[in-house]
Design a protein. Sequence first.
Length: 430
Amino acid sequence: MSAEDVPQTSMPRMNFVVLNMLQRINLTPLRDFLKSGSAGGFILMACVVLSLLIANSPLGPGFEQFLAQQIGYESEALQLRYPILLWINDGLMAIFFLLVGLEIKRELVEGELSSFRQAALPVFAAIGGMLVPALIYALFNQGTASANGWGIPMATDIAFAIAVITLLGKRVPLSLKVFLTALAIVDDLGAIVVIALFYTTEMHLNYLLYAAGVFALLIVFNRMGVKNIWLYLLPGVVIWYFIHHSGIHATIAGVLTALTLPTTPDETESPLEKLEHALVKPVNFLIMPIFALANTNITFESSMLDGLTSTLGLGIIFGLLVGKPIGIVFFSWLSVKLGISSLPTGTRWLQFVGLGLLAGIGFTMSIFIALLSFDDPAFQTQAKFAILVTSIIAGVSGYLFLNRMGAKNELTEVPITREEAVSQEGTPMA
């Protein structure tokens, strides 16, 4: 399959329309995200190494005791006393999902997901990148005690993936970086849905109804044009409390809160973009590194190598390394072949293979789902180790593949002049 097989007659006009739109909308949050995302990815890598060093040193047992220490407040009416590890995984990660939710909504309103044709390619690619890995894992683990981990290889770590593709500089077109960002955002949305529907142990309907009531209030605020961010965030904390006690994973509260923040599809900085801009660096430089530090503390044992060849390990490895590229490339090709979408500006099909490999970096989200999938610490450790090894292989191979392609054919973006852009004003809030 080559790029020549894809109809290109409408490409010049499509390229003009897409680039024209990119000039009109406010891309500052996206640029900040790409910049801090790459730097945050390097910090994340450092925290992974540090966590592994701590776990395999005399400090390991003390670090585990620290994470198990309970902090907070509790009474008959209010229960907010939990281990530090739970505060990290349920509390701090809710802020991470708040940022993810803001990115999802912004992309829906003004970005790569704002129209059907724009959204079709990353959405199709993300669906393929979730379904095929899950199927591969299920085939390896059908009827075994580890079958519940099918959601693990579905996830893509957006910070790591962007960090790697940013290292390539101009050897990959900007459109491919934007596409990877959009794909990872849709992937995160899929992971959120999977967590909510399939990794919830028991539900308490009364707490869900309370959360729904507060969520409805935030929607009313949005419709009334309320722009004070705190009038969304403080009720969002209440939603977090109710959802946490409902049995559904509390991080979903971050996404629900984010979707109610008002935004605009023009260059005006909206409350959503202000909050997104404020959260990008704390999430990438603090929250995600803390999560990695707390959850990558794997004590190496010789038996771990055997775990890589177990059905659990093989399902994760083949799901991320094979399933991701196959799913992304095939579903993208299908979308283009059916005339639903077109290739991003200046990209080739072979680059989608390298992008699929980068999407196999499942690290943060994959570990998160692994912790929800298994109660058995042995399974959790095997899954973490398999995710760690696979993510390293995926990152290195994706980088080398795209770098080799870039060396063969240096691709450049075709800019349009400001005079060619059409101004857009007075766009309503969403």
